[in-house]
Ligand binder design. Structure first.
Ligand code: SF4
Length: 468
């Protein structure tokens, strides 16, 4: 199944792979194919990655060529790096892999990752989001610092179930306590947090799946920003090894969802999924001819639009083809995402979202903006929206930022932190933010209080730089 060019939400998504390595898991349902990353099969994307020697820069080069994209045209890139568990890889390998991607966008080979990132700030084509996938039990403060150093913005963790007995039955090797701990840590560092959830796992049942998606997931200690939901599948044995799941299936001890059952489950769950969540996916891209049992048909997510309130369904990209939006048509509203966390939305009418941002209060003194994005058709970096059509470069981001700052002021906090993506620091500096170190900016009403910033040790790993 070919991955189409995904040009939406104001950027282009590039699906890339790390080299195959040991993921650290022994999950009962997982599958593997020789020569490929565990939990992936040979398809057009993985073949391309293999062909590129799993090199990040060469994969990007091949993607640009496949999609006939012109370099140096102000492309906003969304890196979606897949393959086993990112955090398990050797740190120097990850630095090199990441540098190669930046080198490609920069059109020049840098000596160090730091140099490549500095060049990204000035390059025409920029990485604006960098997503990785990893296991929840492989993340600690040191790993978070590495992710910050690499420029990662979004961390997808393989949660799969929030029922400890289901996790144990499936030999996931982690429990829900590690999910809670990791979620809190990732939020403190300012990452967008995505959960990968699996339904129809051995040891689970329809009620457990429904409760997980409609209740447990939205408790304060979880409440992810986005989710991907996958039904557990059995693949044909001529393609992959998946012996333990196959044995359960043959013995009648496990039965996957059919397409109809899965649609029924989603229709029952969608109304209870909070509006601050972005549902990124509801199935994996696996060629139907490879599936032996389970949901094999592609499901059009728009069939849930009437029962869903999620950000994806309400995004302007999925609501209308008429993107003739004017800034004065938008209103900003906020909704709670748990205790001391808020999701702000730029809305047209009562439902259609043209941008959103997330503000978390870290303490009584500080807040962090974890996400600020404007949706709609992509406008190249640095261009002006002279026609004032669409959502980008018309003041939506400024309006969202102001609303978040106003909320922070109401709470009388001393600092707001942000970890901007490449090239965005200038935009924040124009709005009163200052570098506190290489990675984070902060806005604070009284610069004399800058000593107090030291208490946020997880953000300030080197000496703060006063002023810009
Ligand atoms: S952690 Fe992921 S890749 Fe590793 S065995 Fe489990 S499902 Fe497969």
């Amino acid at each position: 199944m070919r991955t189409p060019l995904r040009k939406s939400h104001g950027k282009i998504t590039f699906v890339l792979y790390n080299r195959p390595d040991v993921c650290g898991g022994k999950c009962l349902y997982c599958f593997s194919q020789k020569g490929y990353t565990k939990s992936t099969t040979e398809n057009e994307d993985t073949l391309l990655a293999k062909d590129a020697g799993w090199n990040g820069g060469r994969q990007l080069e091949k993607r640009f060529s496949r999609y006939r994209l012109q370099k140096d045209t102000g492309i906003k890139c969304d890196f979606a790096v897949k393959g086993d568990s990112f955090a398990r890889h050797n740190e120097d390998y990850l630095r090199q892999y990441t540098k190669e991607m930046y080198d490609f966008l920069n059109n020049s080979r840098s000596a160090t990752l730091k140099e490549a990132k500095d060049r990204q700030n000035e390059a025409k084509d920029k990485c604006v989001t960098y997503k990785i996938e990893t296991r929840p039990d492989q993340i600690d403060e040191k790993k978070c610092r590495l992710f910050v150093e690499l420029g990662i913005t979004t961390v997808e963790i393989g949660v799969q179930s929030l029922d400890d007995s289901v996790l144990a039955y499936n030999k996931r090797g982690h429990d829900t306590a590690s999910v809670r701990k990791t979620t809190q840590l990732l939020r403190q560092f300012g990452f967008e947090v995505v959960y990968q959830m699996m339904v129809g796992l051995p040891g689970s049942c329809r009620e457990t799946d429904k409760k997980g998606l409609t209740e447990t997931l939205w408790r304060d200690e979880y409440a992810p920003d986005a989710i991907k939901i996958y039904p557990c599948l059995l693949l044909k044995d001529r393609y992959v090894q998946q012996n333990r799941l196959r044995t359960l299936f043959k013995k009648g001890l496990w039965r996957p969802y059919t397409t109809e059952e899965y649609i029924h489950l989603l229709k029952a769950c969608y109304p209870d999924i909070p509006g601050y969540v972005h549902i990124n996916r509801i199935q994996r891209i696996i060629s139907p001819e490879k599936i032996a049992a389970g949901v094999a048909e592609e499901i059009d997510r728009k069939i849930f639009s009437e029962v869903s309130n999620c950000l994806w369904q309400r995004s302007i990209n999925n609501c209308t083809d008429d993107w003739n939006i004017r800034p004065n048509n938008c209103t900003i509203s906020s909704r709670s995402q748990g205790t001391h966390r808020y999701c702000f939305e730029a809305l047209v009418g009562s439902r259609m979202v043209t941008g959103y941002g997330r503000l978390d209060f870290l303490s009584k003194k500080a807040a962090i903006i974890r996400d600020l994005r404007v949706l709609g058709d992509m406008l190249p970096v640095g261009t002006k929206n002279v026609q004032k059509t669409g959502c980008q470069h018309i003041g939506t981001g400024t309006a969202l930022l102001k609303a978040m700052e106003d909320r922070a002021k109401d709470e009388q906090i001393d600092f707001i932190f942000i970890k901007p993506s490449f090239g965005a620091a200038k935009w924040f500096i124009e709005r009163g933010y200052r570098h506190i170190n290489e990675y984070y900016l902060a806005k604070y009403p009284d610069f004399g209080k800058s000593d107090a910033i030291e208490q946020f040790h997880f953000l300030v790993s080197d000496r703060p730089i006063n002023g810009s």
